[in-house]
Design a protein around this ligand. Structure first.
Ligand code: NAD
Length: 497
């Protein structure tokens, strides 16, 4: 918690140091080409600074350095307890710099400062701390070997990990990868989104301060089609971990096949159903959660509850409750601690969202709330939380990931129909069910093809639970001990005694 006011944050924003260079072998450095691109704040359209536009040459340099450091063993062969202590120091430094990191995040991608400070940064430091704390408590296995043999089943770091992350939770998505990747002893080349690179660049220096050896964590800002592609095609990257869109996720699988068959772990998009049955224990709570599930982080959330499935018998009563609850989510200046809906990440994303709102009108859905750009006079990029009723699951606004605050209400008549509509999507990231009936909750949860299912809440979970998708929402899992699987190879060593 902080007592800083909007004026305090604005003043700090004026004097905030913006580092836009890449970070290779423990030092900030420009792109080899000398190219840069502009970093524009969606809060007010202001130029924050210029950022290194890395490409294949920088990828080569960072990967070969990461490889050399990995082979040296300075981190990869360090005792787990030592890696743990270092990672805890890293997490402590993230906490100590929470206000600076929160401000960078908010200026860079537009989310409310209260969220950056109270959600993103603490969750990011928790991911680093939790992974570090876990690493000296994990045991390898001895197989059920005959008397005169010994079979060891051990886990080893994969080597060089490339991590490509999106712009919606820039620091948090990076730390979901960095936690287990670093804890297990790998070297990492992190590529943040070109739309929000600043916190990733900043924390590389904090990793060095914590004692993570130079070259273990490198950060290459730049575009997907240049440095991202170069990392994905690189012959000396062992594992590629990605969070982003399904479209790019599919492309990365092709790149891996075209290069060295690097392991590819994908956390991709979603179109998550939030199912409200007539016997929900508390319809008011369900309505408020439904509003939050689409308005939080401007709807730029992979698990956004973007399809609200409502049992027809309560729909006429329930939809006005959601419309009312949405009024509490009001776009405002993200540097104001009272703001709970900030700016969209950029004008490209705004146009995408407005395009889907047009599509909703064109396909005959009924606009019940929002629907327009707002606060244009600020120079920033804001849109009203929007609700369409009368949506069919065949409409584009129900099928495609909008990645903005646009909610589609779809009616259903039975449990079977709710589950059928919920699963009728290429995605499978998350789902929620609201009911007082325990059996119905369990049966629906089992039938839903999604990596996370919430009952009588939306978006629960912490570092102890795996997070990821079924179907075209991805493979593998972030968070929990399951995430460690992505960053390690299993080895069987069979010894004749
Ligand atoms: P995106 O796929 O456009 O970009 C993600 C990253 O990939 C960026 O760093 C981008 O530069 C890079 N990239 C783009 N083209 C590339 C290429 N050809 N080769 C290599 N890298 C390339 O996604 P986005 O718009 O940044 O993020 C939004 C998406 O992320 C949404 O679909 C959202 O659902 C998803 N997301 C998923 C999760 C999850 O855990 N499942 C979490 C957050 C966001």
């Amino acid at each position: 918690m902080t007592t800083l006011t909007r004026a305090d944050w604005e003043q700090r924003a004026q004097s905030l140091a913006i580092e836009g260079r890449a970070f290779i072998h423990g030092e900030y450095t420009g792109a080899a080409s000398g190219e840069t691109f502009e970093c524009i704040s969606p809060v007010d359209g202001r130029l924050l600074g210029r950022v290194a536009s890395c490409d294949a040459a920088d990828a080569d340099r960072a990967v070969s350095d990461a490889r050399a450091v990995f082979e040296s063993g300075v981190w990869s062969r360090l005792a787990p307890v030592k890696r743990k202590e270092t990672m805890i120091r890293f997490a402590d430094l993230l906490d100590a710099h929470a206000e600076e990191l929160a401000l960078l995040e908010t200026l860079d991608m537009g989310k409310p400062i209260g969220d950056s400070l109270n959600i993103d940064v603490p969750a990011a430091s928790r991911a680093i701390r939790w992974s570090g704390e876990a690493i000296d408590k994990i045991y390898d296995e001895v197989a059920a070997t005959p008397h005169n043999e010994l079979g060891l089943v051990t886990r080893e770091p994969v080597g060089v990990v490339a991590a490509i992350v999106p712009w919606n939770f820039p620091l948090l998505m990076a730390c979901w990868k960095l936690g287990p990747a670093l804890a297990t002893g790998n070297s990492v080349v992190l590529k943040p989104s070109e739309k929000s690179p600043l916190t990733a660049i900043r924390i590389a220096q904090l990793a060095i301060e914590a004692g993570i050896p130079a070259g273990v964590l490198n950060v290459l800002p730049g575009y997907g089609h240049t440095v991202g592609k170069a990392l994905a095609l690189h012959m000396d990257v062992d594992t590629l971990v990605f969070t982003g869109s399904t479209r790019i996720a599919k492309q990365l699988m092709i790149y891996a096949g075209e290069s060295n068959m690097k392991r590819v772990w994908l956390e991709a998009g979603g179109k998550s159903p939030n199912i409200v049955f007539a016997d929900a224990p508390d319809l008011q709570a369900a309505a408020e959660a439904a509003a939050g599930a689409i308005a939080f982080n401007q709807g730029e959330v992979c698990t956004a509850g973007s399809r609200l499935l409502v049992e027809r018998s309560i729909k006429d009563r329930f939809v006005p409750m959601v419309v009312e609850a949405l009024k509490a989510w009001k776009p405002g200046n993200p540097l104001d601690p009272a703001t709970n809906v900030g700016a969209l990440v950029d004008t490209q994303q705004l146009n995408t969202v407005l395009g889907y709102i047009e599509a909703g009108h064109a396909e005959g859905a009924k606009l019940m709330a929002g629907g327009k750009r707002t606060l244009e006079e600020t120079g920033g990029v804001y849109v009203e939380p929007t609700l369409f009723d009368g949506v069919s699951n065949a409409m584009r606004i129900a099928r495609e990931e909008i990645f903005g605050p646009v909610l589609s209400v779809i009616a259903f008549d039975s449990v079977e129909e709710a589950v059928q509509i919920a699963n009728d999507t290429p995605y499978g990231l998350a789902a929620a069910v609201w009911t007082s009936n325990l059996s119905k909750a369990h049966l629906a949860a089992k039938a839903l093809r999604a990596g996370s299912v919430w009952v009588n809440q939306y978006d629960g979970g912490d570092m102890t639970a795996p997070f990821g998708g079924f179907k075209q929402s991805g493979n593998g899992r972030d968070k929990s001990l399951h995430a460690f699987d992505k960053y390690t190879e299993l080895k069987a060593t069979w010894i004749k005694l």
